[in-house]
Design a protein around this ligand. Sequence first.
Ligand code: PEP
Ligand code: MN
Length: 346
Amino acid sequence: MIVVMSANATEEHLKITVGHIEDLGYRAHILRGVERNVIACIGDERGKPQLLGLEVLDGVDKVMPVLAPYKLAARVKGVSRQPVPVSVNCVFGENNFCIIAGPCSVESEEQIMQAAKIVRAAGANALRGGAYKPRSSTYAFQGMGEEGLKLLALAKQETGLPIVTELMDVQQLEVVLRYADVIQVGARNMQNFSLLRELGKIRNPVLLKRGLSATVEELLMSAEYILAEGNPNVILCERGIRTYETATRNTLDLNAIPVLLERTHLPVIVDPSHGTGVARYVSPMTKAALACGADGAIIEVHPDPANALSDGNQSLDSAAFAQLMTELKPLAEAMKKEMSVKHTAR
Ligand code: PEP
Ligand code: MN
């Protein structure tokens, strides 16, 4: 931590502040400036009282951290980014642009089977589908629960696609683990720290979505909860944030992609479906995500969007998804990203 003294701080203020820093168990190193003095506090803050409290002292202007508050998620300069493998055909990182696609919710056997075949045929790497749905309204469709998970397993058996599905509560962990390859933590649960800690104790990849109003730093601190418990397999997802703009459901924060790629070694993907909330904006924003360096995208695809039980308005139908996948390929090539999937014949 760095303690910045006020311009009008006296020598007495400086002395008292240094005394406080040393009493808290740190070494204090004074850096004398022309206009103001700065004190570098040396020592590990973990397990000690917080230095931020020094801001209340007379003569102290502000207390600032020197290091990022996440250590395991941080990218070390010169060290390459860590891939997160899900299956042979689905590795996040390593210059791949991986596509997770499928409906917002699993609705029936017919619907998920159709969706799985559509996304596989178009070249998706993994199948998404929610069985436990975090809906803003308690009266909206809440998902099929374990029945939905069983249908996802059936779709996996049929297509070979690994399954990405949301876990809303620690209580469902055991059952979700029986069926899921990647566990999705939804935006509303990004700061559910007890859930994150439990996900740190398993080794399945976790797709961690950015909270509705969370900063990039808060997203990384949430990832740190999972990493700190021992699970290195975290994929981050920018899914749009709340802004004053109402023309779209959320504002897809593409700035976050290059920022995250610089700050963390974890793979970063984009969710243009929730990021825009409008099916016809999904294609341009997926392309933009690819262009700004993302490692992939998660896209809502439904065989019959007009009759979907959730998020039909932002879901692509079979033709629109196939077209998007075709249009992404030359862009991926230009970005030196790999999009090929080698499926065995079925
Ligand atoms: C979803 O993926 O269907 C979903 C609910 O996403 P989010 O948590 O980003 O709103
Ligand atoms: Mn959805």
